[in-house]
Design a protein around this ligand. Structure first.
Ligand SMILES: Cc1ncc(COP(=O)(O)O)c(C=O)c1O
Length: 338
């Protein structure tokens, strides 16, 4: 099986499993799981924040990030194809009673004038905007990386307007590897920022949200409230530590393979969104094939991809090697030419 469906579908390697088996554990609720504490310190340091807290999922990081940065009735600005808006079942509206103000971005990114224009509409009838959410990389735009200059402009402007900043960094480390800009720099102006271990890093589960000690204290309250406090979480924290130690540098291989696949698709005549990291969006209709047909035909050849909107999405990750990419290209060729 060549599974390009998502980087969430990786299976832990033998050495990661060994790290899990050897983990020292305790009760996370009472903050006595040593491996979880180690992971949290490691992430806080990586992101240049006072503290971090381990949570079961990225979705919970977003739920908690929105909760601690807003009050009920506030407006949250975010990109209109952002994961928080499109794929988290309206959680922030239910849990934090906030409204969302989507901005149509380009490649998942928006600009200072776009924010300014919305803030200019402020009147006493308008609910207050208190938070801006950024996604790095942007999943549904195709794993795109915000340029650092635009990122800093948007963050500085948000700060000047006293908006809080929350960063969905599910794939922040892909952006770090692709841009050469370190994680701490991306995190500098963020009030809360998180990274996911269950995507390109290849761990079975979990994410860590980081921020000031005061904010992470609030995050703990929400962690308990939402049922995200765990017990011997060190088993999963050990996998995350292993992933941070061993699997960041190799993300560049995933990016390279995404580029190779994109090139082959272009040669076939597909319309391809140029990949910047490990996500490729493409449309096969210019080749005379419907996207859902292509996905179905590919699955019969043991190549898995997904349909998102009116495009196909393929994602490279640590369970995909060069041979898999070659085989996937061969299978797509066969589907197009039969
Ligand atoms: C950009 C982005 N944010 C958040 C999430 C949610 O993360 P999790 O699956 O760990 O809940 C995902 C998952 O795919 C994602 O791609």
């Amino acid at each position: 099986m060549i599974n390009l469906y998502s980087d969430t579908q990786t299976v832990p390697t033998e050495s990661m499993r060994k790290a899990i088996a050897q983990a020292e554990v305790g009760d996370e609720h009472s903050r006595s799981d040593p491996t979880t504490l180690l992971l949290e310190n490691k992430v806080a340091e990586l992101l240049g924040k006072e503290e971090a807290v381990f949570l079961p999922s990225g979705t919970m990081c977003n739920l908690i990030g929105v909760a601690i940065n807003t009050s009920p009735g506030d407006v949250v600005m975010l990109e209109s194809n952002g994961h928080i808006l499109r794929s988290e079942t309206g959680g922030p509206a239910i849990v934090s009673s906030v409204l969302t103000d989507p901005i149509d971005g380009e490649r998942g990114q928006f600009t200072v004038p776009q924010i300014e224009q919305r803030l200019d509409q402020t009147s006493r009838y308008r609910p207050p905007t208190s938070l801006i959410c950024l996604e790095q990389t942007h999943n549904f735009a195709g794993g795109t990386v915000w340029p650092i200059e635009l990122w800093e402009d948007v963050c500085s402007f948000a700060k000047s307007k006293k908006l809080r900043i929350h960063v969905d960094g599910a794939r922040l480390l892909n952006a770090v590897v692709a841009s050469g800009v370190d994680a701490e720099t991306w995190a500098t102006q963020a009030d809360t920022i998180w990274i996911d271990f269950s995507k390109g890093l290849g761990a079975p589960m979990g994410a860590c949200i980081a921020g000031s000690a005061e904010d992470i204290d609030k995050a703990w309250l929400w962690k308990h409230r939402l049922g995200g406090a765990m017990r011997q979480s060190g088993l999963m924290a050990a996998a995350a530590i292993y992933a941070l130690d061993e699997n960041i540098e190799r993300l560049k291989d995933d990016h390279e393979r995404a580029k190779n696949l994109a090139e082959a698709l272009k040669e076939l005549g597909a319309e391809v969104v140029e990949p910047e990291t490990n996500i490729i969006f493409f449309d096969m209709t210019p080749c005379g094939k419907r996207n859902n047909e292509v996905i179905e035909e590919l699955s019969k050849k043991d190549v898995l991809m997904s349909e998102i909107g009116n495009q196909i999405r393929a994602v490279t990750h640590l369970d995909i090697d060069d041979t898999d990419i070659e085989s996937a290209i061969k299978a797509i060729n066969q589907v197009v030419n039969t």
